[in-house]
Design a binder for this molecule. Structure first.
Ligand SMILES: [Zn+2]
Length: 201
């Protein structure tokens, strides 16, 4: 049952969405503020979520593919090209590769869409990297140094890591991320207020 198999080795899209959003919140809270347009802000939030699902494009049943018509067909074509689940797209090499590809793509899109492409690109990468960090705490680990066939995980002892899509993900990780968001916004309340008041054009 390849479908079921693919599903169970991946974290849910919901968890990756929330992790990507949390990472974006963290970066905004900790980095110097930049002036952005409202359009750039909205597009950046959406693109962060896309980035957070993108590493799983090597999985034909990925949540990202379900969002597009005939997406799972495209996924099935790309699946063997990317080497199967959690390979190149889940590595430092993958970060560089997808970073370059998305930059090229955004440069094209930037000619028609009036948004700050550098900010949108950074948002994509934040989402992308958050995905790999989240997968690292799962049972299967992540081949960060692909093509070296070793999967890194945290904690290093595999048995202590959580199962994807399981009880821990739903009852500890997901609420934990919600809590973390609350903490980030509460702790940096004045900065976010300042951002919404003075930095969005
Ligand atoms: Zn993944």
């Amino acid at each position: 049952m390849p479908h079921l198999f693919c599903y169970t080795i991946s974290m849910t899209g919901r968890t990756h969405d929330l992790a990507a959003f949390t990472a974006l919140s963290y970066v905004v809270a900790t980095q110097p503020l930049h002036q952005v347009t409202l359009a750039t802000g909205i597009v950046s939030i959406m693109v962060t979520l896309v980035g957070g699902l993108t590493p799983d494009i090597d999985q034909p049943t990925a949540d990202l593919w379900r969002k597009f018509p005939a997406g799972s067909l495209v996924g099935r074509i790309l699946y063997p090209l990317l080497g199967g689940h959690r390979y190149i797209s889940h590595s430092i090499l993958g970060i560089v590769l997808f970073g370059l590809l998305s930059k090229l793509l955004l440069a094209k899109i930037g000619q028609v869409l009036l948004v700050d492409i550098n900010v949108v690109w950074a948002a994509f990468m934040i989402g992308f990297i958050s995905h790999l960090i989240m997968d690292t705490i799962t049972h299967e680990g992540v081949p960060w140094l692909f093509p070296i066939p070793f999967r890194f995980g945290f904690p290093p002892l595999k048995i202590l890591r959580m199962k994807t899509g399981g009880f821990i993900e739903k009852s500890v990780i997901f609420p934990g991320l919600l809590f973390l968001n609350g903490y980030i916004y509460y702790h940096n309340y004045t900065k976010f207020l300042d951002f919404f008041k003075h930095y969005i054009k």
